[in-house]
Design a protein around this ligand. Structure first.
Ligand SMILES: Nc1ncnc2c1ncn2[C@@H]1O[C@H](COP(=O)(O)OP(=O)(O)O)[C@@H](O)[C@H]1O
Ligand SMILES: [Mg+2]
Length: 353
């Protein structure tokens, strides 16, 4: 069973603590994405699972076995890095078979496993080529092939697509997901890209400054971020935030901004007078009568939708709408905020209310 348990894990580098007690449960067969800004500890956590980095405290188990003191090559994991780390003077077949050669497996077995991995990854035609004769995407696939041949309990990926151009990243994203659906091997995947996290994960772990902020299914994080950090990090374009106080107007609860603009609420249990941050995603705003007045500065048409940049009482607010907008910038438009999609956070703690 390829489940991974991370319990109370801490990490210090020469007295400086960078990981402050991380708990993550990864079920067998799951595709878990560790996501967060640069420096939050994603690679460190992955390298601790791999055994490439010692843990300072806590416990990591793989397949029910505590691996704290077990060296990397006995952990039954395979890691794919951002730099593919292929051997330039070895062919594709030799690169893929190398871990098995090191493990002193018989030649016939190596050939069979390399051929099978090549088939899965559509690399059969390239087995005799050298890395420099391959495109970036193909090299990335060879690196994955080298992980697959070992048939490990767990795949570990550290930003494997960062060196590829935008279009290829999307293609490889789909390929990795298909590969996972086919092999069903437990996967821990690190990225700083929240779109990659949203599209690939069964479960996302959002990290910041060596701590876990929230763990959940992609759409649960999108629908119910537990705090301002997750709310601002997950979703693109990012959620709008407006400051105000909860008040009752005409029998309905609203958030009243300092400029006296009433932001609609629905079904939020917060007492009047509380200082809050009101969050609304750009895609939950429509243009129409009865909304809030927004000074619009820029329209970005993408063909399928239009992103509208504006300000309300000097505070930025963006809307993402399906229709084409034929207006000139510099106007005031009425933004209707969907009260059922509003998020309310405590202004001081940043926690969801
Ligand atoms: N070998 C090291 N020595 C000292 N500090 C390190 C070392 N590796 C990582 N760190 C620190 O640990 C923190 C987490 O780093 P890292 O795991 O690489 O972040 P991420 O992969 O999320 O960008 C950072 O503050 C980084 O500076
Ligand atoms: Mg990293």
């Amino acid at each position: 069973m390829g489940n991974v348990q991370i319990k109370g894990v801490t990490k210090s580098y020469g007295g400086v603590r960078v990981m402050h007690g991380v708990d993550v449960e990864i079920e067998d067969g799951e595709f878990v994405v560790l996501v967060g800004p640069s420096g939050c500890g994603k690679s460190t956590l992955l390298r601790m699972i791999a055994g490439l980095e010692e843990i300072s405290g806590g416990q990591i188990s793989i397949g029910g076995r505590v691996v704290n003191d077990i060296p990397p090559k006995e952990r039954d994991i395979a890691m794919v890095f951002q730099s593919y780390a292929l051997y330039p003077h070895k062919t594709v077949a030799e690169n893929m078979g190398f871990p098995l050669l090191m493990a002193k497996r018989p030649k016939a077995e190596i050939a069979e496993k390399v051929n099978r991995a090549a088939e899965i990854l559509d690399l059969t035609k390239y087995l005799d080529r050298y890395p420099k004769q391959l495109s970036g995407g193909q090299r990335q696939r060879v690196a994955m092939g080298r992980a697959i041949v070992r048939d490990p309990q767990v795949f570990l990926f550290d930003e494997p697509l960062s060196n590829l151009d935008a279009k290829l990243r999307v293609t490889m994203r789909v390929e990795i997901k298909e590969l996972h659906q086919r092999l069903k091997t437990t996967t821990v995947y690190v990225t700083h890209d929240q779109i990659e996290a949203m599209t690939m994960a069964n479960k996302i772990v959002v990290m910041r400054d060596g701590r876990v902020e929230q763990i959940g299914r992609p759409l649960d994080l999108y629908d119910r971020p537990v705090n301002l950090f997750v709310a601002g990090f997950i979703g693109s374009p990012a959620m709008n935030f407006l400051q105000g106080k909860v008040a009752t107007r005409d029998g309905r609860q609203v958030v009243l901004t300092d400029q006296g603009i009433a932001l609609p609420l629905d079904g939020v249990q917060v007492e009047d007078g509380r200082a809050v941050t009101y969050g609304i995603r750009p895609e939950h705003i429509t243009i129409g009568e009865g909304g809030i007045p927004v000074d619009v500065s820029v329209f970005e048409p993408t063909g399928s939708e239009t992103l509208i940049f504006g300000r309300v009482g000097g505070v930025p607010i963006d809307a993402l709408v399906r229709e084409r907008i034929e207006e000139e910038p510099g106007k005031t438009m009425s933004f209707r905020l969907d009260p059922r999609k509003a998020h309310v956070f405590d202004q001081v703690t940043g926690q969801r209310l």
